[in-house]
Design a protein around this ligand. Structure first.
Ligand SMILES: Nc1ncnc2c1ncn2[C@@H]1O[C@H](COP(=O)(O)OP(=O)(O)OP(=O)(O)O)[C@@H](O)[C@H]1O
Ligand SMILES: [Mg+2]
Length: 247
């Protein structure tokens, strides 16, 4: 097991009362596996990724990476191992720096001051030409930025990619390309991924296993095909039906 979360809870201070965003969520991820997390808005998907990535600390519960318990204060190596990719790729880059400078900074920060990256090879891995890396994020399309956000993540040679709705801001054909890219990278390099989406269709074509979340808990979990073909929970059934209606 590469990553494990046990009984994770997280409460946020709300306007009148506190919001229980996660009410005891456990999960595991194997090497090379792509785990999908689906659920309606507010079900706790992003909160879970924030806890796993170390952006926020859980109120209770444990997170283990390679069997070792992670403290709330992560090391650089922990951050390198788990790379988060966000929905808004453009905003995830410094607006006044070139993509190349941002990637270089990430690599130096997490891999050491003398660490280098092969610009040509990296651009090729995400299906773009290296000259585009000399541009600032505002001079690229959303899809190109998302490809470079993936490039920045894989440049530090992570073991796990944490993807939070990374295709939601893109048009349908670009979405499909980004999904293929994540799949190629994970299958080609043995990288694991957790792929969060409210879209069950997206998750089902990419992931090996699916976890369904509702109101801060996991209500169903299993092999991707089994979840789609034989969902146990009416809530999962409804998520599947809503996808069928659209397509
Ligand atoms: N920083 C915060 N402060 C207060 N409440 C928060 C905060 N972050 C999340 N929440 C609340 O926690 C719950 C879970 O939010 P979360 O963002 O994890 O949901 P989600 O499943 O990612 O939803 P979406 O599909 O809309 O992205 C929601 O009720 C949300 O309003
Ligand atoms: Mg979210």
């Amino acid at each position: 097991m590469i990553l494990e979360g046990k009984e994770l809870t997280k409460n946020y201070a709300g306007k009148d009362a506190s919001v229980a965003a996660l009410k005891g969520v456990s999960l595991h991820l194997k090497k090379g596996e792509i785990l999908g997390i689906v659920g309606e808005s507010g079900s706790g998907k992003s909160t879970l990724l924030k806890l796993l990535s170390g952006l926020e600390a859980p109120d209770s519960g444990e997170i283990r990476l390679h069997e070792k318990m992670l403290s709330p204060k992560r090391t650089k190596e922990d951050y390198r191992t788990m790379q988060m990719i966000f929905q808004d790729a453009v905003a995830s880059f410094h607006p006044r720096r070139t993509i190349e400078a941002s990637v270089r900074e990430a690599v130096r920060n997490l891999c050491g001051r003398d660490a280098k990256f092969e610009k040509e090879e990296l651009a090729k891995m995400v299906g773009l030409t290296p000259d585009l890396m000399e541009r600032r994020p505002g001079k690229l399309s959303g899809g190109q930025c998302q490809r470079f956000a993936i490039a920045r993540a894989i440049a530090v040679k992570p073991e796990i990619l944490l993807c939070d709705e990374i295709t939601s801001a893109l048009d349908v054909s670009t979405q499909a390309q980004i999904l293929c890219l994540i799949s190629e990278i994970c299958r080609g390099t043995g990288t694991s991924a957790i792929f969060v989406s409210h879209d069950l269709a997206v998750v089902s074509c990419l992931c090996d296993r699916i976890m369904v979340m509702k109101d801060g808990v996991v209500i169903e979990e299993g092999d991707a095909r089994q979840i789609i073909e034989k969902p146990k929970e009416p809530y999962t059934q409804r998520l599947i039906e809503s996808v069928m209606e659209i397509s």
